[in-house]
Write a protein that binds this ligand. Structure first.
Ligand SMILES: Cc1ncc(COP(=O)(O)O)c(C=O)c1O
Length: 408
């Protein structure tokens, strides 16, 4: 196979590679140049102010920066001061970080099962509200860039006087069906700039308070992110770049194993300590650059999504620019290992449990409330749409999936 790869997002394919070498994650949102830029990021306070201004203008609210998306969710819940023991309704197909943000505030979680659109339906929210009068807030998340039925959900929130939080970890820049941009309808917006998110600056987050009623909220004094953690984050794009480039030679595999063992590779999902941290300024430079690149990045994702959709015969939503392209396979493990042999490394599917990752589900109080999500988690396979997948690679990935499908 002769493969071509774009040097920059959206550029034509110009460098030849002999083999496919594509990952879902492992720093795939950065180029080599960016890995160096991140290592050299200036730690200048002016960049924090610049980012706050950018966010306030884009989302029309008061912005507070923090170290993780989950911390933004925690601050949103602190700002509203719901009575102790109130419930927050969430998508029953999400990340443990969302669950933890809620329970850390003395609140409880109402799990809403999803449908084929990977989000809960307005109907399931209505049903939950009939049974549980203590639901006071709702988090929507536009899973993987699949838009939720936002108009109906807004209607329900108004009717029942619920706080609406838009979690944009997967959906910065996404347009809802009514043409409004994600992040322009909620009382609060929680942004995550962590690894593999739509805006990926290794780590970072922000709360936007859009409902003026809560404007007076000021986060408690924020903790400092340790120097050690910052250095690990700073090296993540560089280390993962080396790993990806040398994976097929075997060196990358060993380096990956060693760096993980030595705890030198920043982890996307760690169990938090329930504290909120300020965001050091050097992360802000990279977040700002990612916002500048967003439109090009989204265009690239759209092109890749169109290829997958045509070749795999899978309908997509209007304007879809999915963070990852989900397909279903009854023999998920079989497909993942087949692709692995072809140099397509996509074992980290979002999500492998209704509250993912599976290895942490016993830390939650989830008790089978979301049977449809469970079925999806057994079958879902994500294929990548990020900047490090060229159009030709996308065609070849789809081709391999079709070959595998015929063989089973
Ligand atoms: C929907 C969603 N929201 C929030 C988060 C948490 O983001 P962070 O890791 O920045 O806390 C995740 C993490 O994967 C997520 O999937």
């Amino acid at each position: 196979v002769r493969l071509l790869r774009p040097d920059k997002i959206g550029a034509r394919n110009d460098i030849c590679f002999k083999y496919m070498n594509v990952f879902n994650s492992l720093g795939s949102n950065y180029s080599g140049k960016e890995a160096i830029q991140i290592l050299l990021s200036p730690n200048n306070k002016a960049n924090s102010e610049k980012l706050i201004k950018l966010l306030q203008e884009r989302y029309s609210g008061k912005a507070i920066l923090c170290y993780k998306g989950r911390e933004a969710l925690m601050m949103a819940l602190q700002a509203v001061q719901l009575p102790f023991g109130s419930y927050v309704a969430i998508n029953g197909f999400t990340c443990i970080a969302v669950y933890q943000a809620i329970v850390s505030q003395g609140l409880k979680v109402e799990y809403l099962d999803i449908d084929d659109g990977l989000n809960f339906s307005p109907d399931s929210l209505e049903k939950a509200l009939k049974k549980n009068l203590k639901i006071k807030a709702v988090i929507i998340q536009n899973t993987l860039g699949y838009t939720c039925d936002v108009e109906a959900i807004i209607g329900i929130c108004r009717k029942h006087d619920l706080i609406l939080i838009e979690d944009l970890a997967h959906s910065v820049g996404l347009k809802y069906d009514n043409g409004q941009e994600a992040g322009t309808v909620g009382d609060f917006i929680a942004l995550s700039f962590s690894q593999d998110k739509m805006i990926d600056a290794v780590s970072g987050g922000a709360l936007i308070i859009r409902n003026r009623k809560y404007d007076s909220y000021n986060s408690e004094s924020l903790q400092t992110v340790s120097q050690y953690k910052q250095i690990i984050d700073m090296f993540y794009p560089f280390f993962t770049f080396i790993i990806r480039k040398t994976y097929r030679l075997g060196i990358g595999k060993i380096a990956h194993f060693m760096l993980k063992k030595l705890n030198l590779l920043s982890k996307p999902i760690e169990i938090g300590n329930g504290k909120i941290h300020s965001l050091p300024s050097w992360y802000c430079v990279n977040v700002i650059r990612k916002f500048k690149d967003l439109a090009v990045n989204i265009e690239h994702r759209k092109r890749i999504v169109r290829i997958y959709s045509q070749k795999l015969n899978k309908k997509i939503l209007n304007n879809a620019a999915y963070l990852r392209f989900p397909i279903m396979a009854k023999d998920r493990t079989g497909l993942i290992s087949y692709l692995n042999k072809k140099g397509i490394y996509i074992s980290d599917s979002w999500y492998d449990a209704p509250i993912a990752p599976k290895k942490f589900i016993n830390l939650t109080d989830y008790k089978g409330q979301c049977p449809y999500a469970e079925k999806i988690t057994n079958e879902i396979v994500n294929i990548p749409t990020h900047r490090n997948v060229s159009e030709i690679e996308a065609e070849l990935i789809a081709k391999e999936i079709n070959i595998w499908k015929k063989s089973v």
